[in-house]
Design a protein around this ligand. Structure first.
Ligand SMILES: NC(=O)c1ccc[n+]([C@@H]2O[C@H](COP(=O)([O-])OP(=O)(O)OC[C@H]3O[C@@H](n4cnc5c(N)ncnc54)[C@H](O)[C@@H]3O)[C@@H](O)[C@H]2O)c1
Length: 254
């Protein structure tokens, strides 16, 4: 396996931090970035304590200046970009503040375009690049009260298909991993929000809203997402581009 330099957005928590730890164990250098500088520094310290290679940088995916400053400070060329930063807001559209709606799109759609746009020239110059987006089951299907999130995650697939075509002349691929629920702070907050919005207990949100539509009925693990990312950046996946890998326990084949 070739050791790659992998930049992950939103790596201070949840999936970004979990996938970073797994990919570091596989021998890759990880550039952990997040809004929250302290959070990524502590993830980087843990990776280094476990014998891995990692650096931490503050990076707000909604800001050109922040992205430029972070990329200027990265210690080595970035081979792989994992677009992971995200957030959720659960509310019926009539009660969904438009500023919040816009912000979710800025982070999970425009932010992905901003990072990809910033890193593509270097990838092109070196003749290699892999872009792995963290999409969602909500890139493929809808749930009520998540209009901004579902719109952003569906939009991500259209964006990725276009960039797959625009980079088809070189060894760059762009793909999207679409998992169902992963137990992270984002989901813990959502369990509470959904319980309030739907007027049901939190345990019922987990059993009836989150896990019931998925035939396998379990939360997805970080190891699954890291393993799929590792495959997507490996040589056998060099002609897989513009696609999704759906980690949905059978949800969308029903
Ligand atoms: N947890 C799930 O069930 C699940 C399922 C499918 C997809 N996802 C996706 O996985 C990704 C990570 O989610 P998570 O569950 O780990 O959430 P999380 O809340 O644990 O972590 C998200 C991270 O993104 C960071 N972030 C938010 N806005 C940012 C910005 N503007 N710039 C940089 N960083 C920013 C946060 O600081 C945080 O560290 C998201 O894109 C989410 O949509 C999550």
């Amino acid at each position: 396996m070739t050791s790659r330099c992998i930049l992950i957005t939103g790596a201070g928590s949840g999936i970004g931090a979990g996938v970073a730890a797994e990919l570091a164990k596989a021998g890759h250098h990880i550039v952990l970035t997040d809004l929250d500088r302290n959070a990524v520094e502590s993830v980087a310290q843990q990776i280094r304590a476990d014998g891995g290679s990692a650096e931490a940088l503050a990076l707000d995916v909604t800001s050109d200046d922040s992205v430029a400053a972070a990329l200027a400070a990265v210690s080595r060329p970035v081979d792989v970009l994992i677009n992971n930063a995200g957030l959720q807001h659960v509310a019926p559209l009539e009660e969904f503040p438009i500023a919040k709606w816009d912000f979710l799109i800025q982070v999970m759609l425009v932010g992905v375009a901003r990072l990809t746009r910033a890193l593509l020239p270097g990838m092109r110059a070196r003749g290699f690049g892999r872009i792995v987006n963290i999409g969602s089951i909500h890139s493929l299907v809808a749930s009520p009260f998540k209009s901004a999130y579902v719109a952003a995650k569906h939009g991500l697939l259209g964006f990725s298909k276009v960039i797959a075509l625009e980079t088809a002349d070189t060894d760059i691929t762009v793909n999207t991993i679409c998992p169902t629920y992963v137990k992270t702070p984002l989901v813990d907050k959502q369990i509470a929000d959904q319980a309030r919005t739907r007027g049901i207990p939190e345990s019922q949100v987990v059993s009836d809203v989150m896990l019931k539509p998925m035939p396998k009925g379990v939360f997805i693990g970080f190891d699954e997402l890291a393993g799929i990312a590792a495959f997507l950046i490996s040589p056998p996946a060099r002609n897989i581009t513009g696609h999704t890998i759906d980690v949905d326990g059978g949800w969308t084949v029903q």
